[in-house]
Every structure is written in structure tokens, then in C-alpha cells.
Design a binder for this molecule. Structure first.
Ligand code: DGL
Length: 270
């Protein structure tokens, strides 16, 4: 039994979609979340910059004596694959659990992957899927406009702007007759209804936040690190930009009100 918190970080608040799943699967766990709202987005940045930011984010979480660290960010998981080396606690990004779930789900072995430009450019999902099953054909597409659309609230199922953008990005994947689509970015589950309608309801969507939360639960169980509390866990939130307006945006990703306060952190000092 281990009552230390789980540390979760993301380039911004999108990683709360993974926290939402953690709260369902592991409601008793304490969680410390860091969202790098002062430096988001990561998805359009260079590898070096993303590596530097990710190391600082993990170093900050370590000051809270976390028992496991989750990079709930598609971009970090793809670009900084070896971030876990030397951290001294179990680590996971979203990449491996998500690729494994997709490989399990596909029947026709035609898998689509969507993510930020950095994620798709890294080729990480192609490599991970090829390692699991070299027979899987991968069709990938970066969707850089999805993040700002979600952050600006263009998320309702019938939003015409988002539907048009989705059509532009996803039509080639629909034509490729994929049967499984990896939502390789934190923000995409928020518009999964639109994505599903565009690629076809028969396509299985793989939510990287959910798969990663399930992986985290398995890891903690295997390593005997689950907490021994009966009551609901504590949640602490940290951001690197202003804290005003946090609750409203956090609520979109978390799907519930954020009761606890949020604190500011000077991430450059880590
Ligand atoms: N969190 C990022 C991801 O999942 C999306 C936002 C960004 O570009 O930083 O890839």
C-alpha cells in the first residue's frame, strides 16, 4: 500500500481528460496535476524544446514525492519517449498503452492515428504499432486546428466549423477504410462525437487518456503501490500561467467542477 500521490502532467489542461479517467478507475488515489498553461502548445515546437519542458514538468512533480508519473500529453509521449529513464519512479506516457489497445481492437489491421504536428512528425505511433504487429497498416494525420477549436469551445456535436475542419482532416482516413482510430492528443476526446460521425460510426475510437489510466492502474496494482484509503483522494492542481479562469476550462476537460484550489508554479525554476 502506498498513499503517495500520482503525478500527472500535460502541456496545458487537456491532460485532465486522462485525470477524468483516473478518477473513475482509481477514485481513492491522491493526484497532483501540473498543466504548463504558460508554455502551451507543445505540439508545434521542436524536439529539443519539448524535451526540456517535459523534464522540468517531471522534476516539478517529483518535488511532491509522487509514486508514479504520467505524461498525459500525446506530444510529450511521442517526442520524449525516454523521459522515464532515471526518474526513479514508474513512468508512462500515453503512447504504449494506446498503441496496444489499438492493435487489440483492429480487425482489418488498418489503423488511423491523429495528433499534433509534433506527434505525427515523430512517427512514434507508426513505430509502436509496427513493433506490436508489423502487419498493421497505419494512416496518420496531424490535426493542428483541433486544439484551438476545443480550447475556444467549438465542441458541440453540431458545430459547423469543427465539422468542416474534421472533414478536411479525416476524409483520407475514412477513404482508407480504417476500422480503428487513435485519438493521439489530449483534446480530441472532447470532440469525439464529431470525429466519430466524420470517419464513420463503425470505426473504434481509442482514447489515449482512458488507456493510459487503465495502464496506470495495472502498474500500481502489479507493483503493490495502490493506496490504502477508503475515502476519495485529494487532488491538487498547478499551472504555470494565471490561475483565473482555471475552473471553467478545467471543467470542460474533467467533466465535473473543480472543487479544490489551483496554485501557480514558476516552472522555469525546475
Ligand atoms: N497536450 C497536447 C497533446 O496531447 C496538445 C496541446 C499542445 O499542443 O500542447 O499532444
Amino acid at each position: 500500500m502506498d498513499n503517495r500521490p500520482i503525478g500527472v502532467f500535460d502541456s496545458g489542461l487537456g491532460g485532465l481528460t486522462a485525470v477524468k479517467e483516473l478518477l473513475k478507475i482509481l477514485p481513492h488515489e491522491n493526484i497532483v496535476y501540473f498543466g504548463d498553461t504558460g508554455r502551451v502548445p507543445y505540439g508545434s515546437r521542436s524536439r529539443e524544446t519539448i524535451m526540456k519542458y517535459a523534464r522540468q514538468d517531471a522534476a516539478f512533480l517529483k518535488t511532491y514525492d509522487v509514486k508514479m508519473i504520467i505524461a498525459a500529453c500525446g506530444t510529450v509521449s511521442s517526442v520524449a519517449e525516454n523521459l522515464g529513464d532515471g526518474l526513479g519512479v514508474p513512468f508512462t506516457g500515453v503512447l504504449r498503452p494506446t498503441a496496444e489497445a489499438a492493435a487489440k481492437a483492429t480487425k482489418n489491421r488498418r489503423v488511423g492515428v491523429i495528433g499534433t504536428t509534433a506527434t505525427i512528425r515523430s512517427g512514434s505511433y507508426r513505430r509502436a504499432l509496427a513493433e506490436i504487429d508489423p502487419g498493421i497498416e497505419v494512416f496518420d494525420q496531424d490535426c493542428p486546428l483541433f486544439v484551438p477549436l476545443v480550447e475556444n469551445g467549438f465542441i458541440s456535436e453540431d458545430d459547423e466549423v469543427t465539422r468542416l475542419v474534421a472533414q478536411r482532416y479525416l476524409e483520407p482516413l475514412r477513404q482508407a477504410q480504417i476500422d480503428t482510430l487513435i485519438l493521439g492528443c489530449t483534446h480530441y476526446p472532447i470532440i469525439q462525437q464529431i470525429i466519430s460521425k466524420t470517419v464513420g460510426k463503425q470505426v473504434t475510437l481509442i482514447d489515449s487518456g482512458r488507456e493510459t489510466a487503465l495502464f496506470c492502474a495495472r502498474t500500481l496494482r502489479e507493483q503493490n503501490l495502490l493506496c490504502g484509503r477508503e475515502e476519495e483522494g485529494d487532488r491538487r492542481f498547478f499551472v504555470s500561467d494565471q490561475i483565473e479562469g482555471f475552473s471553467k476550462i478545467a471543467g470542460i476537460f474533467l467533466g465535473c467542477d473543480v472543487k479544490n484550489g489551483v496554485s501557480h508554479v514558476d516552472i522555469e525554476s525546475y
